[in-house]
Ligand binder design. Sequence first.
Ligand SMILES: Cc1cc2nc3c(=O)[nH]c(=O)nc-3n(C[C@H](O)[C@H](O)[C@H](O)COP(=O)(O)OP(=O)(O)OC[C@H]3O[C@@H](n4cnc5c(N)ncnc54)[C@H](O)[C@@H]3O)c2cc1C
Ligand code: SF4
Length: 339
Amino acid sequence: MNSFAYRRATSSAQALDEVKAPNASFLAGGTNLVDLMKYRVEQPTELVDINHLPLAQVTQTPDGGVSIGALVRNSDLANHELIRTNYPLLSQALLSGASPQLRNMATTGGNLLQRTRCYYFMDVSFAHCNKRQPGSGCDALQGYNRIHAIVGQTDKGPESGETCIATNPSDMNVAMAALEATVEVQSAQGKRSIPFAEFHRLPGSEPQLDTTLRPGELITAVTLPKPRFAKNAFYLKARDRNSYAFALVSVAAGLEMEGGTIRSAGIAMGGVAHKPWRVPEAEAALAGKPADAASFGRAAEVLLRGAHGYEYNQFKVELAKQTIVRALTLASQGTSEIA
Ligand SMILES: Cc1cc2nc3c(=O)[nH]c(=O)nc-3n(C[C@H](O)[C@H](O)[C@H](O)COP(=O)(O)OP(=O)(O)OC[C@H]3O[C@@H](n4cnc5c(N)ncnc54)[C@H](O)[C@@H]3O)c2cc1C
Ligand code: SF4
């Protein structure tokens, strides 16, 4: 680990000022950043600890939605009465992630920004990783790419500076995408709101960038609109072990139902793309249709249009189809009890 200075901020203004130092990073729960520092993937020379900022509240908004402070811990959020009752999809997704100890430390803001688990990104002994070392190429393309992307990836060959087939590993982000969250941020220039669909990026020509957050911006909260999917929601995570494992493929499915007919839907996928994968046409294709296997199969086809895998992850295309249909089926049967 490199040596670094540590500063504790007690106000957003102080945090924004401290983070202007060259090569400074905010420190929230530290469960991702500190790991990456130990691996020498991230080497900040100054850590600005934001844990003492007043950003740990979950509050109702005047329009019937909810505002989640950036420092709300994942376990507190999953178990908050407002979230369990109105946004069970988010509770389910959070509780499927990591371990109880990690969820007790991990924060909403930090989870939004957790970095990919691509093995070649996490291990600096691999020389070619465009995300870690822009322009160096991509060792995953012809390597062991079992956990990698099947949609939205950039693959122009292992030596291209644009190639990246990494996935976003977060469970929380998948539910937030299906729920159409908004990310609230603050900088020295003022505040702005970023719709969730525009927050995470596809690799495009700049795979080193995971999000549209600008340098020095502080995430203050995530807001959710009025709940639509409290009664019919399901987060389904396909993984190698039953617990304490990242998703190979996950699906957040929310349905608004009128009898056996779907009024509207929210669907997003994890483990398949550089960002939570949401295709509004797939949701539109479900509106007004019966909640049956044929409708769900058609939505899966639209969500996975153009999907293709690599040597070790071809299986994900079929797994993704089946996970979408299963998650929608379970959602249509009613929200299950949250553990
Ligand atoms: C063994 C293990 C297993 C895991 N399994 C899962 C899993 O199954 N599913 C899952 O979703 N996650 C999993 N995780 C990841 C875990 O959820 C994340 O590490 C955690 O959510 C990150 O939050 P944090 O508060 O600790 O962030 P930190 O590590 O403190 O920060 C992460 C990044 O966010 C930045 N940051 C933090 N807060 C802000 C803010 N308010 N504004 C601007 N920038 C900010 C930091 O500067 C840093 O760059 C696992 C982690 C481990 C170690
Ligand atoms: S997939 Fe992306 S993160 Fe992984 S080695 Fe290639 S460029 Fe790096």
